[in-house]
Ligand binder design. Structure first.
Ligand SMILES: *Cc1c(COP(=O)(O)O)cnc(C)c1O
Length: 385
């Protein structure tokens, strides 16, 4: 199987696994315990927090460990939404139409169950949220804006620095979901100017089930998981010590190897994009042509069932992904693909190809030699049905 789905998840890096291993058994203490075994575990967790703070250019106490990117997004939106509304009576949450469900579904539930007011910000044809769109929507009643740093489905990188500057002018808080971005982009929270930033380890060769939320000092936020006083009373539960070690090591390595990893995937990505657009009839790139993740190629093919294409690719030995969910035989484009404003005949035929540090030139060559035939086959079968 040739794996071209690194935006869905990445394999655990052996070096990270080795760093985690002692904390499953030898150093198994509870960081909240007073004895030495506990103290050793606590020191490891605090060390991990310092590593992450150094990568993000923030203070260690501004990092809260979570069970992953989804929980970090939930804590950011719900926690800040509730705290700011209680303090100020503000009601509005702004988010783009191209967010991950961890943000969009959370915002929808805050609206339906808690009465928060929601505004969906339009993105341009490349899925990019323009600063002037945020500027026009922000007002004195806005709590926060949540806009992802880079998009998992179409790879577009948003101008977060400019968006955060607009948010600041309006006196509103800015959250960014950097879960996908952290694999290749700097996540310096001072440069980005954000108040909150979400991370998830398994998108950059760390373990699944662990993440973090950066919360700028002084940001009002309510805990969403009550119990013990862990994580500065913001996230109860015994710390997942080995996974926290894994997250810190994964982020440290991502920073250290960012340039080498980017230099590896970028030419492969551009090769795929070039060959697909010139070699496949009725194909179109989705997402931004230049402001996109270096490992991310995504397309739509006219009159092709994207799910069928994925099955044909799977049978041919390639693991890729599509932006459409097949709901009981009635395929629908994802919200992100929908937000691009493509006609339905195009929107249903999406394909995402994402590369990683293990991807080889030979794998890419094999992929681009087989893809045109598979697209034609999927198109012929789609049209017959
Ligand atoms: C994967 C992903 C998430 C969810 O992270 P988990 O750690 O899987 O919960 C959120 N946002 C984006 C952009 C993602 O790519």
């Amino acid at each position: 199987m040739i794996y071209l789905d690194y935006a869905a998840t990445t394999p655990l890096d052996r070096r990270i696994f080795d760093a985690m291993l002692p904390y499953f058994s030898d150093s198994f203490g509870n960081p909240s315990s007073v004895h030495r075994l506990g103290q050793r575990a606590e020191a490891a967790v605090e060390n991990a927090r310092e590593t992450i703070a150094a990568c993000l250019n923030c203070q260690p106490e501004e990092i809260i460990f979570t069970s992953g990117g989804s929980e970090a997004d939930n804590l950011a939106l719900r926690g800040v939404g509730e705290a700011v509304r209680a303090q100020t009576g503000r009601q509005w949450i702004l988010t783009s139409r191209a967010e991950h469900p961890a943000v969009s579904k959370t915002a929808m539930q805050m609206h339906s169950l808690q009465g928060f007011l929601l505004e969906w910000l339009d993105v341009d044809e490349h899925g990019l949220l323009r600063p002037e769109t945020l500027d026009a929507a922000a007002c004195g009643q806005t709590i926060l804006a949540s806009v992802m740093l880079s998009n998992n489905e179409i790879g577009t990188i948003n101008p977060i620095r400019e968006l955060a500057a607009v948010a600041k002018q309006h006196g509103i808080l800015m959250h960014t979901d950097a879960v996908q971005a952290a694999a290749y982009l700097p996540v310096n929270v001072q440069e980005l100017g954000v108040d909150l930033l979400s991370l998830g380890a398994h998108k950059f060769y760390g373990p699944k089930g662990v993440g973090a939320l950066y919360i700028r000092k002084g940001t009002p936020i309510h805990s969403q998981l009550t119990g013990g006083g862990q994580e500065h009373n913001l996230r109860a539960g015994t710390s997942n010590v080995p996974y926290i070690i894994g997250l810190a090591e994964a982020l440290r390595l991502a920073g250290e190897e960012r340039e080498a990893r980017t230099n590896h995937v970028l030419p492969l990505r551009d090769h795929i994009i070039g060959r697909v657009l010139e070699g496949i009839l009725d194909s179109q790139l989705t997402g931004h042509p230049t402001l996109r993740m270096p490992n991310h190629a995504s397309f739509v093919f006219k009159d092709v069932d994207g799910n069928l294409l994925l099955q044909l690719l799977d049978a041919a030995g390639f693991a890729c992904s599509s932006g459409s969910a097949c709901k009981t035989g009635n395929p629908e484009p994802s919200e992100v693909i929908r937000a691009l404003g493509l006609p339905l005949a195009w929107a249903l035929g999406s394909l995402r190809v994402t590369l990683g540090k293990e991807t080889t030139t030979a794998e890419v060559e094999q992929f681009i030699s087989l893809l045109p035939g598979l697209v034609e086959k999927a198109r012929a079968l789609s049209n017959r049905g």
